[in-house]
Design a protein around this ligand. Structure first.
Ligand code: SF4
Length: 289
């Protein structure tokens, strides 16, 4: 167990914490069991990032609608943002000036629940650790699914898991529920959730995932001004192929798990837990530069 994880264990034991759960979690974990497991390692509250993704989606649509002549690059993948900033600085201005779902959800929950809560992202991505450091005013730590399991096993071996009653309440995420953006971690998921609003057409979007395809897509985007939106993720298969994912199934199997969870969620939308736009009124959505 490395020092960072030991520190997080200490925080989970002694402080109020919020788990920012990435939307790819159904690839590695069963729902609702994982929610109980997260409470057992000590999280006080658990929220999904899908509410932040909904706010972001709305903002992208507004930006594209108000600037029909401009081309935009999706800023959700920190590895891609760094790659473009370093290799294609002339495209820096095309990266949408909206923070990632992790950062926006962290800002939101700190405002909603209190600055005294520590926020810990749990997801598929190593690059989020650096992004968390760059946004340490709202994100305290970022760990991968593999590291979450490491923490769980360590606490189990040491008889230090919290006793959590298997009540309905404990099996659910705490607040700000949303279903539409559950496809965000899929390659092309952002573009798909925007297409419904009819601001951009399929022909105006480039979807790209995997290191092999990045340069070709960026070249096309630069060359053909008819492309208005580049939905680009560094890992092959999008975040479902992230390095912190445990599951080694083919990508189709992973997508199936996300869609099953999304479908199941459609029938479960308790009003009091649903994340509405009004909850995030006047929240800062901009990237830190
Ligand atoms: S595509 Fe990979 S590097 Fe990019 S956010 Fe997803 S997991 Fe992280």
């Amino acid at each position: 167990m490395n020092e960072e994880l030991l520190k997080i264990i200490e925080i989970l034991k002694t402080e109020k914490t919020i788990c920012l759960l990435a939307p790819s979690f159904p690839v590695d974990f069963s729902f609702p069991e994982v929610i109980l497991d997260l409470r057992e390692i000590g999280f006080t509250k658990i929220v999904e990032l899908t509410y932040a993704a909904k706010l972001i989606n709305y903002k992208y649509i507004e930006i594209l609608k108000n600037n029909p002549e401009k081309q935009y690059i999706c800023p959700n993948c920190p590895t891609i943002v760094k790659y473009i900033e370093n290799k294609y600085p002339e495209l820096k201005e095309n990266i949408i000036d909206v923070a990632s779902p992790m950062v926006i959800m962290a800002r939101f929950v700190k405002r909603e629940f209190g600055e005294d809560y520590k926020t810990i992202f749990v997801g598929p991505c190593f690059a989020k650790k650096q992004e968390a450091k760059e946004n340490s005013d709202c994100v305290d730590y970022a760990i991968t699914y593999k590291e979450f399991c490491e923490i769980y096993n360590y606490l189990e071996e040491n008889n230090s898991l919290k006793k959590i009653e298997e009540s309905q309440e404990n099996k659910e995420i705490d607040k700000f529920y949303n279903d539409v953006t559950k496809i965000y971690p899929l390659s092309g998921g952002v573009a798909e959730s925007m297409l419904n609003k009819q601001i951009v057409s399929k022909e105006e979007i480039i979807v790209c995932d995997g290191p092999k395809n990045i340069d070709v897509s960026i070249k096309d985007f630069k060359e053909f001004k008819t492309f208005r939106f580049l939905d680009i993720l560094f890992c092959e298969g999008g975040c479902l192929g992230g390095p912190g994912i445990i599951n080694k199934d083919p990508i189709d199997e992973k997508i199936k798990k996300i869609l099953e969870y999304k479908d199941r969620s459609r029938y479960y939308q308790p009003d009091e837990k649903y994340g509405k736009f009004i909850h995030a009124f006047a929240l800062d959505l901009k990237r830190k530069k």
